[in-house]
Design a protein around this ligand. Structure first.
Ligand SMILES: NC(=O)C1=CN([C@@H]2O[C@H](COP(=O)(O)OP(=O)(O)OC[C@H]3O[C@@H](n4cnc5c(N)ncnc54)[C@H](OP(=O)(O)O)[C@@H]3O)[C@@H](O)[C@H]2O)C=CC1
Ligand SMILES: Cc1cn([C@H]2C[C@H](O)[C@@H](COP(=O)(O)OP(=O)(O)O[C@H]3O[C@@H](C)C(=O)[C@@H](O)[C@H]3O)O2)c(=O)[nH]c1=O
Length: 303
């Protein structure tokens, strides 16, 4: 393995995907750790990066000369990925492997995110990192290839598998429900997919806390690098989550629980994709709040 990278007093943190819902939170949270180079597809906050183009990635890493990289970019349109497999594979899998190779050479640590959708959801108990992935859809397949490519690249990497991310911006279930509650008298929501909603803010904060210790040399990625499950605490169905949002918003909309068969979509979704956060909690001594507590906090900020 390559020599360790020497981290300066004020490290340069290259954030890829700065305009996504997690990236947007990271931009602020990471600012406490050093200088953030916030790269995004359109270059709104810094350099532009198109993960479809391998040269664009190599150029960015060369020019940014980062002390750490956080990759929050991904192809996240789960249904669209079924028809657009090549783009999903390029962004979620190939580019992530290439990033790993670039950073392994430079011995620069990297944080990356993956998904509960690497699992089929048939196990019937929360998945641990040792459980065998078996994705049901193209998005999950490509994310799985990406996480493996990064971990196999020799880069010092942390891969956080999270789930059901929502927050104050971006395309997410919380914002969709709030919009629909205002527009409709009735909504039908699937009640047979169970998971753990995760507030993007908490994911960003946990990332920053761990990365802070890595950059200060308190945590050695040769020892603690690897795959971790990191989601909001507890579990709920999409219907249950919608009910909690409705209750908090105080809108008058009728919610009806339905099976997934009555909400046909191009990509099949896992039925029970709750992740067990135990390894993360034991390794880093940190715990994610329960999804209900995070929801209340997030909504307070939105109102
Ligand atoms: N959302 C969720 O429920 C979950 C997300 N995750 C994972 O968490 C991470 C963050 O996801 P999240 O913030 O929710 O996703 P978003 O879709 O909100 O953000 C993804 C970002 O990636 C950018 N992007 C897409 N294509 C390219 C490209 N070709 N080149 C450069 N950037 C590109 C998008 O750019 P633009 O803004 O211009 O479109 C967007 O800003 C991802 O790895 C995702 O797989 C895991 C589990 C659940
Ligand atoms: C809008 C709406 C959705 N639904 C259902 C569809 C779907 O099964 C569920 C959630 O819909 P969404 O399209 O928001 O979410 P979906 O694309 O399934 O979300 C996934 O995204 C990727 C990126 C991940 O990594 C996963 O962890 C997960 O968050 O709610 C209803 O039942 N009724 C509705 O009115």
């Amino acid at each position: 393995m390559s020599q360790k990278h020497q981290t300066p007093e004020r490290p340069r943190l290259l954030l890829i995907g700065a305009n996504g819902q997690v990236g947007w939170e990271l931009r602020r949270t990471l600012a406490g750790l050093g200088e953030v180079v916030a790269a995004s597809l359109e270059g709104e906050y810094g350099p532009s990066i198109d993960l479809m183009d391998p040269q664009s990635l190599a150029r960015l890493v060369d020019e940014a000369r980062p002390d750490a990289v956080i990759n929050a970019a991904a192809y996240t349109a789960v249904d669209r990925a079924e028809q657009d497999r090549d783009s999903a594979r390029r962004i979620n899998a190939e580019a992530v492997g290439e990033l790993g190779v670039l950073l392994a050479k430079r011995a620069v640590p990297v944080v990356h995110y993956s998904t509960d959708f690497v699992f089929s959801g048939t196990l019937g108990r929360p998945y641990t990192e040792d459980d065998q992935p078996d994705p049901l859809n193209v998005y999950g397949e490509t994310k799985l290839v990406g996480e493996r490519a990064l971990l196999d690249s020799g880069a010092r990497a942390l891969v956080f598998r999270t789930s059901w991310v929502y927050g104050a911006r971006g395309a997410n279930f919380l914002l969709t429900m709030r919009r629909l509650f205002a527009e409709r008298d009735e909504l039908r929501v699937v009640d047979d997919q169970i998971g753990s909603p995760t507030w993007s803010r908490m994911l960003a904060e946990m990332t920053a806390q761990v990365l802070y210790r890595v950059l200060r040399g308190e945590l050695d990625l040769d020892e603690v690098g690897g795959l971790y499950h990191l989601t909001g605490g507890g579990e709920v169905s999409w219907y249950g989550f919608a009910c909690a949002i409705l209750e908090a918003c105080g809108e008058g909309c009728n919610l009806t629980p339905i099976p997934s068969s009555e909400y046909p979509a191009p990509a099949p979704r896992p039925a029970y994709s709750v992740l067990d956060n135990g390894r993360f909690e034991r390794t880093f001594g940190l715990a994610m709040p329960h999804w209900r507590d995070s929801l209340v906090q997030c909504l307070e900020e939105l109102d």
